[in-house]
Design a binder for this molecule. Structure first.
Ligand code: ATP
Ligand code: MG
Length: 736
C-alpha cells in the first residue's frame, strides 16, 4: 500500500494558490477560473460552502450525517471528487463537467497531490509517478454500484495515460489498441439495464505495461463472470448486449443479407423480451461504426470479422427456433429457414444440429443412447446453446484482444524491465428485491475486495507510522474474513456444499441444497434461514431463501436456480455438434478435448472462486490506489442528490470504516518542507526564510503557534496533526 501522503508529494510544492489549497479551496473549474484567479473569500466561508476536500478533515469524522453533508455541499458546487486520505471518492454528475480535457491532464501532471483540488487525474498522475520512480507495479481499484461511474473512470484513466505518456520507440499502435479494445468489449459485454444505459455485465481487470521510459508497450485483460443469461432473457426495460442492436441498425445491407437478418430487432425473440430496443441515450448506428473500426485496430482480419458476425447472427437465429410436439410429445424443429441459416453460419451439418436440438445423448455402460426431448427440454437446450455460444465467443474475444495487446517486445530483454499498472472495474455490492446466484457471486467478490482493502489500508497506515518512528495505535475494525470463509471454505463453505449437491443429478434440488446448508452452517452468526430464524425475523424470510449478513448489510438470496446456474450444463450432443463447427472461432471455443475429458468441469462458483483468488493475488502484489464511485440518484439525472441512496452506498463501500481507520491516529500529515513553506509567514523566526533543517523550522513554527504536545507528533520526515481544528486554526491565521 502507498505509504500515506508521503509519496503523493514527490514533486516540488506547487505554487501557492489563494484560498487555502489542499484543504477547502473551491474547485477552480467550478468557479470557471483559469486556475489562479480564485475569488478571495474568507477561508471559513469557502469551507462552509464547498465542504472539506478530504474527509479526514471533518471534525465529526464518525458521523455519517456529517460525511453525507460534506458530499452534498461539494456535489452542489459540481465538486464530484473528495479524498479520504489517498482514496478518491467520486459522485457521478450525470453531466459533462468539462473536466477531462488535455488542459486538465496537464494541470495535474507532476503536481503535489494535496496542492490541487481532488481529481481522478491527480490519482492517475500519482500512480504513474510512483510506477516510474519506484518501479513498483500499481493497481487502481475502482468500485461502486451499477451506474456509479466505474467504467467512465477507467476510460478517463486510460485516456490520461494514452495522451500524456511518452510514445514507445516501437509498436506505437499499442496505445490505439488499448483504447480501441474498449468499444469492442463494451459492445459484447455491456447492455442497457434499468440502472445504467451502458452497464458492464462482466468484471474487468486490465493491465497496462510500461517500458523503462514510461511508455505504454502492452496490455492484458482478465474478464470475470459475464452475465450470459441476458442472451436469452431480459427484464422489462432492459436490452440484450449492445452488439445485436448495433449490427441490425448499422450493418451494411449486404452483410445483413448474408447473415439472413432483418433490420427490425422486433423480429428476434431474444431481443423483444425487455420491450425497449430503442434507447434515447444510445446511437446504435454510430456505435456500430466505432466498433467496426475498432475491430480493425485490434487486428481483426476481414475474415475474422465475418466469422464473428456469423456467430452474433446465429444467436439471433437460435432464438427464433421453434419447436412443436409430435404425437409422442417429442419436440420437432418447425422453423426450417432459421435452421438453414444456423447451419450455414455455424458451419455445422444440418441433420446433426437438428438432432442435437431435439435429443439428448446419454452414454450408459459404454453405449450411446439418444433420448428425445420434450418441448420444455428442447427450449432449455436451445437457450443453453445460445448462452454457451455467446459467452465462449466473449472469452475468445478477450483472448484475441490480449494477443493484439501483447507487447511485441515480449521476447526482448527490455520486457523484463516493464512495470504494470492495473485497472480494476468490477461490479459493486448488489442488493435487489430478488437476489439470486449472480448476486451471491458478485457480493462474495465484494467481500474479498473489502478484505483486501482493509488489510492494505491498515498495513499502509502501520507502515507509515513505523517509517516515521511514531508509535502505532491499534485500530479496531470489523474483519470480514469470517464471511469470506463462510462462502469459500473447503467442505463447510457455501460453495462447497453447492458443488456437492451439483454432483447428485436427479436427486438434489435447490431445496435440498438449502437443507444441507442449514445443517452445516446453522450456528454461523452471519447465516440465517426461515427455519433457523426466530419468530421476529422469520416473517421477512421465505422458505426457499437464505440470508447472509455481509459487511455491507443483510442480503436475502433465493435458492431457486442455484444448482442449474452453478452446473451450467450443455448437453453432450450439442457440444459435439459445436466441436464439429468449421467456423474458425467456434472451433476454438469448443475444443474436442472437452468431449473425451472424463473429469467433470469445475462448477461456475468454483471457477469464480479460483479466478477471485488469482485476482486477489495479482492485486496484493501491487501498490493499490482506490477510486470509490457513488451514484447520486436512480433517475440518471444531473443535480439530484438522493440522500437515502447515497447513505446506502457509503455503507456498502465501507467508507465510514475507511475514514475511521485513516483518522484513528492523526487527521493530517505533511512533509516538513511543505508544511514550513506554507505556514512560515506565521512566525517571525521562520519568515521569510528558515536557514536550518525544515524539521527544526517546523518545531519553531508550531511552538510559536501554541500547538499543545497532544495535538501533534514529529515524525522522521513529516509532522502529524491529530485534530483538524488545530490545522484549521493555523489555516485561518493565514487569512488574517
Ligand atoms: P455498471 O456497474 O453498470 O457497469 P458503472 O459504474 O460502470 O456501472 P458507468 O457506465 O461508468 O457506470 O456510468 C454510467 C453513466 O453515468 C455513464 O454512461 C455516463 O453517462 C454517466 N457518468 C459516469 N461518470 C461520469 C462522469 N465522471 N462525468 C459525466 N458523466 C458520468
Ligand atoms: Mg461499467
Amino acid at each position: 500500500m502507498r505509504p500515506g501522503h508521503g509519496d503523493w508529494e514527490k514533486s516540488p510544492p506547487a505554487p501557492l494558490l489563494p484560498c487555502t489549497p489542499g484543504l477547502w479551496q473551491p474547485d477552480l473549474d467550478a468557479l470557471g477560473s483559469d486556475g489562479v484567479r480564485v475569488t478571495m473569500e474568507s477561508a471559513l466561508t469557502a469551507r462552509d460552502r464547498v465542504g472539506v476536500q478530504d474527509f479526514v478533515l471533518l471534525e465529526n469524522f464518525t458521523s455519517e450525517a456529517a460525511f453525507i453533508e460534506n458530499l452534498r455541499r461539494r456535489f452542489r458546487e459540481n465538486l464530484i471528487y473528495t479524498y479520504i486520505g489517498p482514496v478518491l471518492v467520486s459522485v457521478n454528475p450525470y453531466r459533462d463537467l468539462q473536466i477531462y480535457s488535455r488542459q486538465h491532464m496537464e494541470r495535474y501532471r507532476g503536481v503535489s497531490f494535496y496542492e490541487v483540488p481532488p481529481h481522478l487525474f491527480a490519482v492517475a498522475d500519482t500512480v504513474y509517478r510512483a510506477l516510474r520512480t519506484e518501479r513498483r507495479d500499481q493497481a487502481v481499484m475502482i468500485s461502486g454500484e451499477s451506474g456509479a461511474g466505474k467504467t467512465e473512470a477507467t476510460k478517463r484513466l486510460l485516456q490520461f495515460y494514452a495522451e500524456t505518456c511518452p510514445a514507445p520507440e516501437r509498436g506505437g499502435a499499442v496505445r490505439d489498441r488499448l483504447l480501441q479494445s474498449n468499444p469492442v468489449l463494451e459492445a459484447f459485454g455491456n447492455a442497457k439495464t434499468l440502472r445504467n444505459d451502458n452497464s458492464s455485465r462482466f468484471g474487468k481487470y486490465m493491465d497496462v505495461q510500461f517500458d523503462f521510459k514510461g511508455a505504454p508497450v502492452g496490455g492484458h485483460i482478465l474478464s470475470y463472470l459475464l452475465e450470459k443469461s441476458r442472451v436469452v432473457h431480459q427484464n422489462h426495460g432492459e436490452r440484450n448486449f449492445h452488439i445485436f442492436y448495433q449490427l441490425l441498425e448499422g450493418g451494411e445491407e449486404e452483410t445483413l443479407r448474408r447473415l439472413g437478418l432483418e433490420r427490425n430487432p422486433q423480429s428476434y425473440l431474444y431481443l423483444v423480451k425487455g420491450q425497449c430496443a430503442k434507447v434515447s441515450s444510445i446511437n446504435d448506428k454510430s456505435d456500430w461504426k466505432v466498433v467496426r473500426k475498432a475491430l480493425t485496430v485490434i487486428d481483426f482480419t476481414e475474415d475474422e470479422v465475418e466469422d464473428l458476425l456469423s456467430i452474433v447472427a446465429s444467436v439471433l437465429h437460435l432464438g427464433n427456433i421453434h419447436f412443436a410436439a409430435d404425437e409422442e410429445s417429442n419436440a420437432q424443429v418447425t422453423t426450417e429457414n432459421q435452421l438453414k441459416y444456423l447451419t450455414r453460419l455455424l458451419s455445422v451439418e444440418g441433420p446433426t444440429l437438428r438432432e442435437a436440438l431435439t435429443h439428448r445423448k446419454i452414454i450408459a455402460k459404454g453405449e450411446e443412447l439418444l433420448s428425445p426431448l420434450n418441448l420444455e427440454q428442447a427450449a432449455y437446450a436451445r437457450d443453453a446453446l445460445a448462452k454457451a455460444v455467446y459467452s465462449r465467443t466473449f472469452t475468445w474475444l478477450v483472448g484475441k484482444i490480449n494477443r493484439s495487446l501483447a507487447s511485441k517486445d515480449a521476447e526482448s530483454p527490455s520486457w523484463r524491465s516493464t512495470t504494470v499498472l492495473g485497472l480494476l472495474d468490477i461490479y459493486g455490492f448488489e442488493v435487489f428485491q430478488h437476489n439470486s446466484f449472480e448476486q451471491f457471486c458478485i457480493n462474495y467478490c465484494n467481500e474479498k475486495l473489502q478484505q483486501l482493502f482493509i488489510e492494505l489500508t491498515l498495513k499502509s497506515e502501520q507502515e507509515e507510522y513505523e517509517a516515521e518512528g511514531i508509535a502505532w495505535e491499534p485500530v479496531q475494525y470489523f474483519n470480514n474474513k469470517i464471511i469470506c470463509d463462510l462462502v469459500e471454505e473447503k467442505f463447510k463453505g457455501i460453495i462447497s456444499i453447492l458443488d456437492e449437491e451439483c454432483l447428485r443429478p436427479g436427486e438434489a434440488t435447490d431445496l435440498t441444497f438449502l437443507e444441507k446448508l442449514e445443517d452445516t452452517v446453522k450456528h454461523h452468526p452471519h447465516f440465517l434461514t426461515h427455519k433457523l430464524a426466530d419468530q421476529r425475523t422469520r416473517k421477512s424470510l421465505g422458505r426457499g431463501e437464505f440470508r447472509l449478513l455481509h459487511y455491507a448489510g443483510e442480503v436475502t438470496y433465493s435458492v431457486t436456480g442455484f444448482l442449474d446456474k452453478n452446473n451450467d450444463l450443455l448437453f453432450r450432443n450439442l457440444k459435439e455438434t459445436m466441436c464439429s463447427s468449421k467456423n474458425p472461432i467456434m472451433s476454438q471455443c469448443f475444443d474436442r478435448s472437452e468431449l473425451s475429458d472424463k473429469k467433470r468441469p469445475e462448477t461456475v462458483a468454483t471457477q469464480f472462486k479460483m479466478s477471485l483468488l488469482q485476482l486477489v493475488e495479482i492485486l496484493q502484489s501491487k501498490e493499490p490506489a482506490y477510486v470509490r464511485c457513488i451514484k447520486p440518484n436512480d433517475a440518471k439525472q444531473p443535480g439530484r442528490f438522493d440522500e437515502v441512496l447515497i447513505r446506502h452506498q457509503v455503507k456498502y463501500l465501507g467508507l465510514m470504516e475507511n475514514l475511521r481507520v485513516r483518522r484513528a491516529g492523526f487527521a493530517y500529515r505533511r512533509k516538513y518542507e511543505a508544511f514550513l513553506q506554507r505556514y512560515k509567514s506565521l512566525c517571525p523566526e521562520t519568515w521569510p526564510t528558515w536557514a536550518g533543517r525544515p524539521q527544526d523550522g517546523v518545531a519553531v513554527l508550531v511552538r510559536h503557534l501554541g500547538y499543545k504536545p497532544e495535538e501533534y507528533k514529529m515524525g522522521r520526515t513529516k509532522i502529524f496533526i491529530r485534530f483538524p481544528k488545530t490545522l484549521f486554526a493555523t489555516e485561518d491565521a493565514l487569512e488574517l
